[in-house]
Design a protein around this ligand. Structure first.
Ligand SMILES: Nc1nc2c(ncn2[C@@H]2O[C@H](COP(=O)(O)OP(=O)(O)OP(=O)(O)O)[C@@H](O)[C@H]2O)c(=O)[nH]1
Ligand SMILES: [Mg+2]
Length: 322
């Protein structure tokens, strides 16, 4: 944290490139500043994003998703330690899907990750997914790009697996780790719908708890009735609190990442850019609908009611107006 209050000037491509260079040299303050500008989507953000493009595609992005309380944060912490032992630099993004009312989760993440904060090899950012109703905010994707441009070897992304969220993770992560745990109620049932499909690696965490093996068997059972591809999915048991099974998880992450490597860095960069474009496009549509105001919608609604216009045609007319 700086207390000087001095504002950095980022108004030209040269100034943006200079800041990115400082971030790449490992200057923590530069990284924090770049991320803040990108999160706020300030005036400097487009300049910074442009300056970052040539440096993208190095990092392996690993998404951790699963039901609340499965142990995602604890497991991410354990994975950080394992990666640091192997000399890898790490970036972490914890996305909190909850409203400010239950803001405790963010704080919890911060506290649990404090151990890593003294280490320059680890950069952690907590992020609220405000306004995106459980989805991954585009800000998270821009921050992934920033950490990638900063030269982080591995970027870990924690999201709670609810609704749209896991699909978003599937779109932006190179490797998807789906976490389950015993004692979460009907979670295997819930996981069948959606989470199993996107997983590259399945983890049953809280391996020290009674019922862990049963959860594992349930998962294997659910997978055996899936397509053949799903049957080769690694299913691992971990105890995040002791680190048991974590080296195996990291090995599985790297093996899964190596498959992606054959696609090359361009494929990684393209995946994130595609997501940002699609997200911006749907924002634009929502904005156009709003800009038209209720009057425009009412006029079209009357035409639809009168049978002179179909709803699809009405939608096209609404969007055709610049
Ligand atoms: N016994 C046991 N407890 C664990 C294990 N992993 C996590 N926990 C505990 O489970 C609780 C929830 O862990 P978190 O890491 O916060 O879970 P989370 O999935 O990140 O939770 P949210 O971010 O709120 O969705 C904490 O009290 C952890 O200490 C484990 O392997 N064994
Ligand atoms: Mg958490």
């Amino acid at each position: 944290m700086t207390t000087t209050g001095a504002r950095e000037r980022i108004e030209t491509d040269q100034e943006a490139a200079a800041l990115i260079a400082r971030m790449r040299a490992g200057e923590r303050r530069a990284t924090a500043l770049v991320i803040t500008e990108l999160e706020r989507l300030s005036k400097a953000a487009p300049l910074l994003l442009r300056a970052m493009q040539v440096h993208l595609g190095h990092a392996l992005v690993v998404g951790f998703t699963g039901p609340p309380g499965a142990g995602k944060s604890t497991l991410v912490n354990a994975v950080i330690s394992e990666l640091r032992r192997a000399g890898k630099t790490v970036g972490v993004i914890a996305v909190d899907p909850s409203s400010p009312v239950s803001g405790g989760a963010i704080l919890g993440d911060r506290i649990r990750m404090t151990a890593a904060l003294d280490d320059d090899g680890v950069f952690v950012r907590s992020l609220a997914s405000r306004g995106y109703l459980g989805g991954l905010s585009p800000a998270a994707v821009r921050i992934i790009d920033a950490l990638d441009a900063a030269g982080r070897d591995v970027i870990l992304l924690e999201t709670v697996g609810t609704g749209q969220n896991e699909i978003d993770v599937a779109e932006v992560a190179d490797v998807r780790v789906v976490i389950s745990a015993p004692g979460l109620g009907d979670d295997i049932q819930a996981m069948k719908s959606g989470l199993l499909e996107i997983a590259d690696i399945m983890v049953v965490n809280k391996g020290d708890r009674p019922g862990a093996d049963q959860t594992l068997q349930q998962l294997l059972g659910a997978l055996s009735i899936r397509a053949v591809r799903r049957q080769s999915l690694p299913v691992l048991k971990t105890t995040a609190t002791t680190g048991e099974g974590v080296p195996e998880l990291v090995a599985a992450m790297q093996a899964s990442g190596a498959e992606h490597d054959s696609a090359g860095p361009l494929a990684r960069r393209r995946r994130r850019a595609r997501y940002l474009i699609a997200r911006a496009a749907s924002d634009l549509v929502a904005e156009r609908v709003r800009a038209g105001g209720p009057a425009a919608l009412d006029t079209l609604a009357d035409q639809v009611l009168g049978g002179t216009l179909g709803p699809e045609e009405a939608a096209k007319r609404l969007l055709d107006k610049p």
